[in-house]
Design a protein around this ligand. Structure first.
Ligand code: SAH
Length: 466
């Protein structure tokens, strides 16, 4: 498999085969051109050479894939019956496999050797080429060169770049990592993974705007470890999910077993399973953290629910236009930003489809300065319901309902179970400053809620695609 990666600045946004990366790139372009979308540039790199590559991303995702994907991804197998058939490329034989015939000129000893092989000449040559390709792909010198190309394109102004490249070409990974571990964004892990033998996976790793939540960067694994055992990863409650469903139904969007729903930022799936139970719908549950999805899968299995977990970034979703009757995002759109999420996701909905989303909201026009200062720092997107509904309208939705989550969704449903997890978490990561920072941050957030929770909370927005 040929692997590609997309970077936005030093952030790795997607990695995987051509199809995965084209889908992600297309989603980025669409998010940029949506109203209010950010115009961050991204670069796509081919892993084999480390070179930057450009694709024609005009039109729909289907257009892009039709244009840019090779006619086949399958490799022909040895000794197949139509080997070398001259008509292969004109439609006979196995045109779908992309076999192309051409003349080969070899010395007699080469022909003799080929004739002595157990498979036909074409099959043998293809095998030899594939072996050579694999060898090239794993040859450390070539890998180093490719990474050098990629890093050079990304930015030669990285700290100690020259020493890093010197260490790279000398294949001195110890010295290399000691420099690149200090680099920003995803570069430390990207450089380390480059040399690890782990097979490439089709995993869009981070969202377009995951930086709006600073906790979700280098500390991602720690967050995963802390939150995985919590009943939920954000404030919410089954009864509130049900209430949003009722409001949607009242507005004419009743969800049932024939509906398709995407649950974005599903976490371990508290609301996913509630949706499955209440509607019987076919649900795709999306999160970037794999162990959350594992928990969700267990739950879905027990319930016999039709839930497909999908590890993907909500900022680069591999969906088609009009695929869903409903999009659900409880306590997760903040990872992209309310406007960005609403704009980027709209096209995945059928006309008249619903988007149910909970978002941090001021419950009135005035609030204590201390609360304002805290959230201005932690989530500047916080605003009143009126302001959020206006954004929803600007993004092409008609509001069909709004309600604030009751405060027990924060206290009993979310913070209380988390409190019990913090000490064991700190014990597991004894001495880790990053773990301590997470715990302190969370305790501060709880204290702020304790004092000012009357002034803000999650607003639940039920929106219909216009
Ligand atoms: N809906 C769940 C979880 C909310 S917490 C609940 O209410 O309990 C936010 C979730 O978004 C987390 O599970 C986190 O892993 C996920 N997330 C964060 N950034 C993401 C991204 N860029 N793409 C997809 N999921 C993301």
């Amino acid at each position: 498999m040929k692997t590609y990666s997309i970077f936005v600045s030093y952030r790795l946004v997607a990695s995987g085969d051509l199809k995965t990366v084209l889908s992600a790139a297309k989603a980025l372009v669409d998010a940029q051109s949506a109203p209010g979308g950010e115009s961050e540039n991204f670069l796509i790199f081919e892993h084999a050479t480390g070179r930057q590559v450009d694709f024609d991303l005009r039109g729909s995702l289907e257009d892009v894939l039709a244009r840019e994907l090779p006619s086949t991804d399958a490799a022909p197998t040895d000794g197949a019956p139509s080997d070398g058939a001259p008509a292969a490329k004109t439609g006979k034989g196995r045109p779908k496999l992309g076999v192309v015939s051409a003349e080969v000129t070899l010395l007699p000893r080469h022909w003799e050797w080929l004739a002595a092989q157990p498979t036909r000449a074409s099959g043998t040559i293809r095998r030899l080429v594939e072996e050579a390709r694999v060898k090239e792909g794993t040859d450390p010198k070539r890998r180093a060169e490719a990474l050098g190309n990629l890093l050079w394109c990304l930015g030669g102004d990285l700290n100690d770049f020259e020493n890093a490249t010197r260490a790279l070409y000398a294949l001195d990974t110890g010295r290399l990592f000691s420099i690149t571990d200090q680099w920003p964004g995803d570069l430390p892990s990207f450089v380390r993974n480059w040399f690890s033998p782990a097979p490439p996976r089709n995993v869009p790793v981070q969202s377009l705007a995951v930086h709006t939540d600073p906790t979700l960067d280098p500390t991602l694994a720690l967050m995963e470890d802390l939150f995985r055992d919590a009943p939920r990863q954000g404030p919410g409650e089954g009864a509130q999910t049900a209430r949003a469903l009722e409001l949607a139904a009242a507005a004419g969007a009743r969800l049932g077993p024939d509906s398709r729903i995407a649950d974005l930022g599903c976490g371990t799936g508290a609301q996913t399973l509630e949706l499955a139970r209440l509607t019987g719908a076919d649900i795709v549950a999306v999160d970037i953290l794999p162990s959350f999805l594992e928990r969700l899968e267990e739950g879905a299995r027990k319930l016999g629910a039709r839930v497909r977990p999908l590890q993907a970034s909500m900022g680069a979703l591999p969906f088609s236009d009009g695929e869903f009757d409903a999009l659900w995002a409880e306590g997760s759109v903040y990872n992209m930003g309310f406007r960005e999420g609403l704009s980027a996701w709209r096209r995945f909905l059928k006309k008249g489809g619903i988007l149910c989303v909970s978002e941090l909201t001021w419950f009135g026009e005035s609030r204590p300065a201390e609360a304002e200062a805290y959230w201005g720092r932690e989530y500047p997107g916080i605003d009143t319901a009126a302001a959020k509904l206006k954004i929803a309208e600007e993004c092409g939705y008609v509001p069909a309902g709004y309600f604030p989550l009751p405060s027990r969704c924060w206290t009993e449903g979310y913070y209380r179970p988390l409190e019990g997890l913090i000490d064991p978490f700190l014990a597991r990561h004894d001495g880790s400053a990053a773990a301590r920072r997470i715990a302190e941050g969370l305790r501060e957030e709880m204290e702020v809620y304790d004092r000012f929770g009357d002034f803000y909370g999650y607003g639940f927005y039920v929106l219909i695609k216009r």
